[in-house]
Every structure is written in C-alpha cells, then in structure tokens.
Design a protein. Sequence first.
Length: 155
Amino acid sequence: MLHTHIFQINLSNGGLPKLAVREAEVHELGLVGDKQRNLKHHGGPERAVCLYSLERILALQAEGHPIYPGAAGENITLAGVDWDQVRPGARLRLGEQVVLEVTRYTEPCSNIRESFKDEYFNRIHQERFPGWSRVYTRVAHGGRIRVGDAVRVEG
C-alpha cells in the first residue's frame, strides 16, 4: 500500500494559483488565511476545503497539461490516495485532528484554463472524465495539518 499523505497545502488571498505553505489551521469554513474571489461558486461550509490528487496532476502533466499542485485551486494536494475512493460521502482523516467529508465534485471553471493544454479545463470535469475531478469537502472536525501528515480514507 502506498504511503498516503498531505503532499502540499495551498492558500491564496483570492485567485490562482494557490501557493504552498508548510502547515495550516482548518476550521468550518476552510483553511485559515485562504480566500476565494467568487463566493457564489466557492467556499462556505459545504465547499470549505478543496482536495486533489498528486497522481492525477502528474498524469495530466504526462498528457501535456501545464498543471501543478495548487494551480487548479485545490487547498490540499494528497499523495498516495486511491482517488477513486474519494467521492461524495467519503470521510478523510488528515493527521491527528482533521476530518473532512466529501460533499461533491467540483465544477471546473475558466479561471483554471491556463493549467490545461489548449485551455481545455473540462479535462477535469467529473461527468466528462469520471474520476478526474477535484472534490469539495465539509469540515467534520477541524485542527492543524502539516505537509507530510498521514491521510486515511474512511468509507
């Protein structure tokens, strides 16, 4: 089994890319210090934390897309996680304290177009390419996370 862990934690003051930090505090509305420009489509308790897979990012790079961790707006880039298990209803434990519950797949928007060859940001649209979407989560239990913390998918 792969060592599942937090590869990167990403924050922004609104906009992209989100930039790497070593650790962050997670509360019911997301990561402390992270902001979103469009609160109609991002943020809130049901979309508090956005997750994505390092392995999916690397596969997209192999297809020629210039994506990298944080470029697609995810707050946490996970490594070693079976991404097919990360679907609505799944719970993930990050480190010793934080528990997130997947609420939905994200809808890709034109703000991430520069991360994709020919600006084809729908390459990570769940309905068109099942299993390639980022996910939104609610915070079931907050706390502190750090790069390298273990990640466990629970259900």
